[in-house]
Design a protein around this ligand. Structure first.
Ligand code: PLP
Length: 443
């Protein structure tokens, strides 16, 4: 049976999450005929954020002024929003702090992981744990932060392909640092199995949940993970530049407390008594030490609204329902793509449900031979031509066209229409217009 647009509309009609689309300010986007498949880069604006930011600006800042740090609870935002994110990632209250960016939190987590698993100065070179192991195609900022830290601490950042990770887990590895769902390929690691393998080898794990928090059920506690960081502006819909989060396993928090661990950015709001204004640093107990300075209150207000859009799925099946719809949307996209654009594109994202997040990455098949030789393919121009037709995805070099599916607002008919327009772009060779090859700063 071939699928029709009516089949897709029928799927929307019986989708338990469908009413949650009303949480988002999509009226103008819909009227312009835009299909947004880039929520994995920047989530859509929640309607509540518009009113909430207005309230924070006009009432809390405008009238409350400095009093709002106490009266409006600004000082507790890191903990309060962290506690809302916690159930989405299998963490408990007080275990998640919202602060800084993902990049900065990777830096803090790496330091904390090294405090748990320090390279022994007395061990022989062959025995010392001097390696940070990661995936070659992990998101660059994670790798850049680890590279510089490794240089400064006399460690070695070792990058391998996904299939070689396990064979590189040996007694030289201090930290295994991975992104749960890969930004390029959409490949999802089995967090529990990989964490167990790391622990058997004596390594500590850091998981980046940038592409899984709010999109894929995550259970850090059951997986026995050590540290995690994640992003506020992707599937958590927190707005451009929203603060990120950081988590540590409670057993490590207890140890960090015992050892008086200082995170490297030992700012005053991570101090045990910030308003004592003492000249010496005393880390706050628990995760609060991972806070550095003053939170961006306006931005945090938007992030809280974004996290609330995900929590709103709670009485409709929660993350389980989100995952189910995500897999149905991505399955549908792949099936339609093979129907309509057979052989034009290669699907890079694994078909196996267990091995993918909430995005589908494809490559223009004609590009692949030249890309293998180091050239930049035509994928960028194809994506620009598709965006000109109102389907927004993005491009990651050298050859990946990325489509993110956010079950809270992406409809099955959107998937149909997106593939329909992509097929048109390819059939009419629209993408060959030279204007589509002009690179913007953000791709
Ligand atoms: C999006 C993303 C980031 C973003 O880091 P920022 O500090 O917010 O710029 C980091 N790591 C991964 C894996 C990401 O996907």
């Amino acid at each position: 049976m071939t699928l029709t647009r009516e089949n897709c509309a029928a799927l929307d009609a019986r989708d338990p999450l469908a009413p949650l689309r009303g949480q988002f300010a999509l009226d103008q986007v819909d009227r312009a005929g835009i299909i947004y498949l880039d929520g994995n880069s920047l989530g859509v604006l929640p309607k509540t954020a518009i009113a909430r930011i207005r309230e924070v600006v006009e009432r809390e800042w405008g009238v409350g002024l400095i009093r709002s740090w106490n009266a409006a609870g600004w000082i507790d935002l890191s903990q309060r929003i962290g506690d809302k994110i916690a159930p989405l990632i299998g963490a408990g209250p007080g275990e998640v702090m919202v602060a800084d960016s993902t990049s900065v939190n990777v830096f803090k987590a790496l330091h904390a992981a090294l405090a748990i698993n320090p390279p022994s100065p007395r061990a022989s070179a062959a025995q010392a744990r001097t390696r940070i192991l990661s995936e070659r195609i992990n998101f660059p900022t994670d790798l850049y932060i680890a590279e510089t830290l490794a240089r400064d601490r006399g460690l070695e950042l070792v990058l391998v392909d996904r299939d070689a990770l396990e064979s590189h887990l040996d007694d030289r590895v201090a930290i295994l640092m991975l992104t749960h769902a890969n930004y390029q390929t959409g490949h999802l690691h089995d967090m529990e199995a990989v964490t167990s393998a790391a622990h058997r080898a004596g390594a500590v794990t850091i998981w980046d949940l940038a592409h899984s928090a709010g999109a894929v059920p995550v259970d850090l506690t059951t997986a026995g993970a050590d540290f995690a960081v994640g992003c506020g502006y992707k599937y958590l819909n927190g707005g451009p530049g929203a603060a990120a989060f950081i988590w540590a396993n409670p057993s490590h928090i207890a140890r960090l407390d015992r050892d008086g661990f200082r995170q490297p950015l030992s700012g005053w709001l991570g101090h045990a008594a910030p308003f004592a204004f003492t000249p010496d640093y005393q880390p706050a107990p628990g995760m609060a030490r991972f806070i550095c300075g003053t939170p961006p209150v306006l931005s945090m207000a938007a992030l809280e609204c974004g996290v609330d859009t995900v929590l709103a799925a709670g009485d409709r099946g929660g993350m389980t329902a989100i995952r189910e719809k995500s897999l149905a949307l991505t399955d549908l996209f792949m099936t339609l793509l093979e129907d309509r654009c057979a052989r034009v594109f290669t699907i890079v994202t694994p078909r196996d449900h267990k091995q993918r997040g909430s995005q589908v990455s494809i490559a223009f098949a004609e590009d692949l031979p030249s890309v293998a030789q180091g050239a930049m393919g035509d994928g960028y121009a194809i994506m620009q031509a598709l965006i000109a037709r109102g389907v927004i995805g993005d491009f990651r070099p050298p050859a990946i066209l990325r489509f993110g599916f956010t079950p809270l607002y992406t409809r099955f008919v959107d998937v149909w229409d997106a593939v329909d327009r992509l097929a048109d772009v390819m059939q009419a060779n629209e993408w060959r217009d030279p204007k589509f090859s002009v690179r913007a700063a953000v791709t």
